[in-house]
Design a binder for this molecule. Sequence first.
Ligand code: GLY
Length: 466
Amino acid sequence: MNVLIIGSGGREHCLAWKVSQSSLVKKIFSIPGNPGIKQIGSCFNLEVKKENFKLIKDFALQNNIDFTIVGPEAPLVDGIVDYFNNFGLKIFGPDSNAARIEGSKVFTKNLCKKYNIPTAESVIFFREEIDKIKNYINKLSEKRFPLVLKVDGLAAGKGVIICKNKQEALDGLNDCFEKNIFGSAADKIIIEDFIEGFEVSILNLCDGKDIIPMVLAQDYKKIFDNDIGKNTGGMGSFSPVPFVSDKLYEKILNLIIYPTFEALKKENIYYKGILYGGIIISNDEPYLLEYNCRFGDPETQVILPRLEDDLVELLLSCINGKLANQKLHWDNLKCVCVVIASKGYPESSSKGDLIEGLDKINSQSYNFKNKNFNEFSDLNNDIKINSFLAENKKNNVLIFHAGTKFENQKYYTNGGRVLNLVSKAPTFKDARKNIYSEILKINFEGMQYRKDIALKAELFEDSVSF
Ligand code: GLY
């Protein structure tokens, strides 16, 4: 079958890589894709926005696409699944009604309240109530802080503000209502208690009736080592999360994930796609921070390499209501992803800086089962310089492209998060060593990456092995 992948980041390159291993798949397409995906498929440069749904659908029809997989949240919230379904096209992800789980934090907060799903205590306000909100903040004692201010709608990962004191809360309100930096996403806001703890991500496959949880991952949101600095889209990730016991994992499922899926059904929402729970663990108790309606980025890059099953078969089971017949199989290896970002990220991002050294990386081969790699690619063989060969070479890593551009036979930066280096090994120590030795071969102006990704997993591993 022909598969279309919507999106352009490291997550989508990883999806394309995993999809390429499916025995069901003949050809991969992507809109808009990226130079990494171009090494295994055909990319069509079209902005993924609601106004272009018709063009995307036309592309799918013209190219005999059998199955479309959506990466980012915005098209899901905007109804791309509803749109494709109207034309009888198979597409993976929740419809717009179900995607409210990410598209409206107020919707999710109300669902949690109604069905007793553990989450931070909160109050909800409307934009029109600005005086009431200021009054509410002003009356709070400073001891009530930190508090968290969240805008209701999608805000490209920037709509959660941790306010350490009253003034920061008032500044946050100013951003929402005076400067209007979130637009209509801030028509409703939530003010909630700050929960101290550590976060884990749990992605679940859903077919409307059944749900299958995947392995846990943890991501790193802050730009600098030791979780210092501004929030980013994610600077790295690892899986499994060794310091979450089986008992705690079961608790996450039984207190949060399964009750949410059942609650959705009771609300006549038959969720199909990935239900991604962002969970915070505080004193060994899990609380829901947020839901996302899609694969996580960069969690996907450490989860899919560990999955031994055919991803396309699984995703098709989700949309066909056949998940009950499926069982997931995971390898026992430790997987780490380090994100390389461009100069100025996350405040800004630099474009057009020459990326050197990709051809020197010991990278893994695509595991094409009886397939001719060349027939997939938009690129000539001689310019597939950095991808995936020498599976039995030591120190090998996977390279996923996120914000790159390919011009005149060279790669350049083209966004905030530029590349992901992923490695899988028997220990976190080895996986980290593989990445951090290879990453030194890559160079571009202002390149930045965290040096402590998965360090806590490695230290935990060390502490239990003695
Ligand atoms: N890793 C955070 C996200 O995908 O939203």
